[in-house]
Ligand binder design. Structure first.
Ligand code: CA
Length: 516
């Protein structure tokens, strides 16, 4: 069996490389062509025909998108698309967050146009993108082997990183921890040696906003907490099979150690309850020593707290090596999103529409969808798109300014990380360069598309298995139960609950989808 792996060459693409493009032929149509669109995502319920990006695209392509969005009174794109499908009369283009599941369910039934041949014949830029990013077409294909949407394709490699109070390390005469043992010693020192200098044993050595990040510590013992950027997801084993990380013995060993660290006060006692304010609170009160969180937002604390807390220096460091010597950053950006747009069965201009989709993968279209209109939000300087000072220095976040003009919205287009790099803090840039100095990332499981029968098996067994896994996980961390003592019974229960049946349909779908 051929194991599906994202090619390392693709992942090695640095943040700074400009993509290569095929030729584009504009305008797409000689006379203006109006296409209706449903566009629903968390930041906007509807498509604004006055977007500067839309106006520019009309000028270049002669295709005019006309808003026909359903379910505007809900911010949930799934509700909106269900409403749209129920009304039956689909607009020419259906764009949405979380579009993958509905198109893969209703596409094979005829609601959406399969795009394989249309792309092959009329979309040279999309075709080129697929060729340069092997594995993605397989990942979006439905159970019938066709694909039915053009996805939003995020760029950039890293998401979360390890952060430590470097000033605390300095004060205690410690190095950044490079191994599990060194990490343990640092956390013990943070707990016992009063690095915040208030003569009270009040430090919280390791804390997180999302409790799943504490479970991710299992990677230090060669376990896994997820196979993708979604917590608790399935993963691909070394043998090329779909397995679940929470049924592996490395997970058991990792969790036993996490429970021990929790018991010893090295991990925040309120790990499951503190929630999203944990980082603001524990850093702001000079209590938190170490975390695992997003590069961009976590690097903002030095500027925010430097004046208030003397010496405050919270910086990224490399993931410590696991017990077997593996240095891994399990979290990363996923290369493909379930968001994007599709062509509905009632669209009378599928060729023009796929050419229009292709435009957004051309150089002109990519710049327009990533940066907005040239001369308005950005200028080309020495061959690089550079945001105007007033965009970078505005009170409003750069991405919010872009959404307002119709750039960076959840249609099908390739994101260009250069857009984000320009407003990434220096400390985060340095951290990203540090992480780039090693091969830290692991391949992601990009999901499978089920047939109806497979979906039924999954739906019947998986939700209750997952609930049981998470319930046991939390109990073990909190010390109500011992993972080593309970393990055999846990595995037997998973089996009784149908885990093997779920894995069977996952593997059947996976083999069909990725073995080609
Ligand atoms: Ca203290």
């Amino acid at each position: 069996m051929r194991t599906f792996k994202l090619s390392l060459a693709m992942l090695a693409t640095t943040a700074m490389t400009a993509p290569a493009f095929a030729e584009s032929h504009l305008p797409i149509v000689d006379e203006p062509l109006e296409l209706t669109i449903h566009m629903h995502w968390d930041r906007a319920q509807g498509y604004d025909e006055n977007y500067a990006v839309e106006q520019k695209a009309r000028e270049l392509t002669n295709v005019h998108l006309i808003d026909a969005t359903a379910g505007r009174n809900s911010t949930d794109p799934r509700e909106a698309i269900n409403l749209l499908l129920a009304q039956g009369d689909l607009p020419d283009i259906v764009g949405s967050q979380l579009l993958l599941q509905p198109v893969n369910q209703y596409g094979p039934e005829g609601a959406f146009v399969p795009l394989n041949d249309l792309v092959e014949e009329h979309a040279p830029n999309i075709k080129k993108f697929w060729e340069e990013h092997p594995g993605l077409v397989e990942a979006i294909s439905a159970h019938d082997g066709n694909y039915y949407y053009i996805p939003y394709l995020p760029d950039g490699k890293y998401g979360r990183a390890w952060y430590v109070r470097q000033d605390w390390l300095d004060k205690l005469g410690l190095e950044q921890p490079d191994t599990v043992d060194a990490l343990y010693d640092v956390l013990v020192a943070f707990r016992d040696q009063d690095p915040n200098g208030n003569s009270r044993k009040d430090e919280v050595p390791f804390f997180v906003r999302d409790w799943e990040e504490a479970i991710r510590l299992v990677t230090l013992w060669d376990g896994r907490s997820s196979g993708s950027d979604t917590p608790h997801d399935f993963m691909i084993s070394e043998a090329g099979k779909v397995v679940h990380p929470y049924a592996q013995t490395t997970y058991r060993d990792g969790l036993a150690n996490i429970a021990k660290w929790y018991q010893e006060g090295l991990i925040d006692a309120e790990i499951f309850t503190r929630g999203t304010s944990a980082r603001d609170f524990l850093l702001g009160e000079n209590l938190g020593g170490m975390t695992h969180d997003w590069f961009a937002s976590t690097s903002g604390y030095n500027a925010a707290l430097g004046d208030r807390i003397e010496g405050f220096n919270f910086i990224p460091f490399l993931p410590p090596k696991s017990v077997s010597g593996v240095r891994m950053e399990e979290h990363r950006r996923i290369p493909i999103k379930p968001d994007g747009w599709a062509i509905s069965f009632s669209n009378e201009h599928p060729v023009e529409t796929i050419k229009y989709f292709d435009f957004w993968f051309s150089e002109q279209g990519s710049l327009l969808s990533n940066f907005g209109v040239e001369g308005e939000t950005w200028d080309m300087i020495d061959g690089e798109p550079v945001f105007k000072d007033e965009v970078l220095n505005s009170d409003q976040a750069v991405n919010a300014q872009l959404w307002a003009v119709g750039a960076q919205i959840k249609k099908g287009y390739p994101q260009d990380y250069r857009y984000e790099w320009q407003w990434t803090a220096d400390a985060a840039r340095e951290g990203i360069e540090l992480y780039d100095s090693e091969d830290l990332l692991v391949d992601q499981f990009l999901g499978v598309a089920f047939s109806q029968e497979e979906q039924a098996v999954y739906d019947k067994y998986w939700p209750s298995i997952k609930t049981y896994m998470l319930e046991r996980q939390q109990a073990w961390v909190l010390g109500t139960g011992d993972v080593n003592a309970d393990w055999d019974g846990y595995v037997a229960t998973l089996d009784k609950m149908g885990l093997e049946k779920v894995l069977d349909v996952m593997n059947t779908a996976y083999a069909r989808q990725y073995d080609g």
